[in-house]
Design a protein around this ligand. Structure first.
Ligand code: ADP
Ligand code: XUL
Length: 513
């Protein structure tokens, strides 16, 4: 059996698969806001950060790891797990001191991870992907490198606020003593993987490419980028590797406490988007995935790295080899939730009744769908900007917000030059047929959902199975099946309405940024 974890923005989930039976054996999940309210992070991050800072508490992730394993070991015998892999929300960084490695090597199963690891950090909270506070550090890194084009050609992205390099730079400037005391900088993914393995594990190529530090040509940390980022950074990073390379066996804490076998191995964890690419069965070029999670992302596998001339898109490592392109939109589920809450309705009403009753207004009313700072395009919006040609009823506001989100996605993915033949939809909001219909109509392509909703955790389980010698293509043909009757065809009658809406959307956007 193979176990995959996904430590995302709002939850930690695990999926256990049995390869011989071609089945998911068990799933478990911990929602940070609902189940760990003591961290005062209802959406997984600490609200109210100053100047665009968005941090989360790594102890919350560790407490969730104990909790998810408690749930899972109550359901199944974990001694049959041969390999573990996982994924984490990308870009977030954890700063550990020189005690970390010795603590994780010798964890006491009668105590908790949180109790034993609370003294192992040099920075008590972790900046996560929603953080937009490092504008000046991005400029400094780009200047030191001779411009953004150079940063992009080496790392696959221009220097971006949420990426780990600029975040490390900010920490090294603001808290130089704590930075010097930092023994290693981990990503969310490598931090959790290390705790499970009982030793510090390297960062993988998929997630490492989200740091502005990995040279994509050499698949190794880039000396000049490290120097431009922070002093002695090379000493604080293990050499990057593939998430398909097992790194040794699981720590004794997990054997004794949750019943894993001594021979269970652990792979380096990857990012949630690369893992999702695997879990959606989209690791070969030609398919587009749209993930509607806390962030909305648009991604596709590609053979050669192709960079976004506007600087919003990114190139990450594809766990199956090669690369993937990705665009991330910060105002995803949280923007949809904000309107849903303002209107005081549930998801059912938001999706079904509102969208079916407003069909004739497709593309007629514009919304720039941003409730806060956006990263694609980069701008500090405060609230949505609207331009309605009709009376803004609740139903029209919902339709227009969603159309705005997908028009913005269509506009900013044009550089990839992909005319999607089929869009694979995943993430929390993907189960809604009304939302899926708007995706199909705006892109004029059929939309499919897979049987398994949590594509990142499933992808991680498939990575574990592949690392143990199984064939990924075969695994994907078994585990990544479209859910029956989930296909939504585009309404071709709306094609021209959305062509002109795209032009109008761009005009409105350009007038505000
Ligand atoms: P992440 O992996 O980023 O933590 P998920 O893919 O689990 O996120 O999605 C979580 C989000 O999905 C929540 O913010 C919630 O608003 C949204 N969500 C959950 N259920 C629905 C639904 N039925 N319709 C629309 N959105 C939903
Ligand atoms: C990708 C990004 C987000 C996070 C959280 O660049 O910032 O999608 O991975 O899911």
């Amino acid at each position: 059996m193979f176990l995959g974890f996904d430590s995302s923005t709002q939850s930690l989930s695990a999926i256990l698969i049995d390869n011989d039976r071609g089945e998911i054996i068990a799933e478990a999940s911990v929602n940070f806001g609902a189940e760990l309210p003591q961290y005062k992070a209802p959406s997984g991050f600490i609200p109210g950060g100053a100047n665009g800072e968005v941090h989360a508490d790594p102890m919350m992730w560790l407490e969730a790891l104990d909790l998810v394993l408690e749930k899972l070991s109550g359901k199944v015998d974990l001694s049959k797990v041969a390999m573990i892999a996982g994924s984490g929300q990308q870009h977030g960084s954890v700063y550990v001191n020189e005690l970390f490695d010795s603590i994780i090597a010798d964890l006491d199963p009668t105590s908790s991870l949180k109790a034993q690891l609370s003294n192992s950090l040099t920075r008590t909270t972790s900046p996560i992907w929603m953080d937009t506070s490092t504008g000046s550090e991005c400029k400094e890194i780009a200047n030191a490198m001779g411009g953004d084009a150079e940063v992009c050609s080496r790392s696959g992205s221009v220097a971006i606020e949420r990426f780990t390099g600029p975040q490390i730079r900010k920490f090294s400037k603001q808290s130089p003593k704590s930075y010097v005391a930092t023994d290693q900088v981990h990503l969310v993914s490598s931090f959790i993987a290390s705790v499970i393995a009982g030793k510090s594990l390297p960062i993988d190529f998929g997630d490492g490419a989200g740091m502005n530090l990995l040279n994509l040509k050499h698949l190794a940390w880039d000396d000049d980028l490290m120097k431009a980022t922070a002093p002695e950074l090379s000493e604080k990073l293990l050499p990057a590797t593939s998430c398909l390379k097992p790194q040794g066996t699981i720590g004794s804490y997990f054997i004794e406490k949750y019943g894993f076998s001594k021979s269970c191995q652990v792979c380096p964890f990857t990012g949630d988007n690369p893992a999702s690419l695997v879990g959606m069965g989209a690791t070969t070029p030609g398919q587009v995935v749209i993930s509607l999670g806390t962030s909305d992302t648009f991604f596709a596998a590609m053979a050669e790295p192709k960079t976004d001339p506007q600087g919003f898109g990114h190139v990450f490592g594809n766990p199956a080899g090669g690369f993937m392109s990705l665009i991330c939109f910060r105002n995803g589920s949280l923007a949809r939730e904000a309107l849903r809450d303002e209107l005081g309705i549930d998801w059912g009403a938001f999706d079904h009744s509102a969208l079916s009753s407003s069909k004739t207004s497709a593309g007629k009313n514009l919304t720039l769908p941003f409730y806060g700072a956006e990263i694609t395009p980069r701008h500090d919006f405060e609230k949505p900007v609207t331009e309605f040609s009709e009376n803004p009823t609740d139903a029209l506001r919902i339709r227009s917000l969603l159309e705005g989100q997908f028009l913005n996605m269509r506009l900013h993915s044009q550089w990839m030059g992909i005319a999607p033949q089929r869009i694979l939809l995943t993430g929390g909001a993907s189960k809604n047929d009304g939302i899926a219909q708007i995706v199909a109509d705006v892109f004029q392509a059929p939309v499919e959902r897979l049987e398994v909703a949590n594509s990142a955790a499933l992808g991680a389980a498939l990575i574990a199975a592949t690392a143990a010698g199984n064939d990924l293509v075969k695994l994907q043909s078994v585990f990544c099946k479209p859910s029956p009757n989930s296909r939504i065809e585009p309404d071709t009658n709306s094609a021209s309405a959305y062509e002109s809406a795209l032009v109008q959307f761009k005009r409105l956007l350009d007038s505000r940024i």
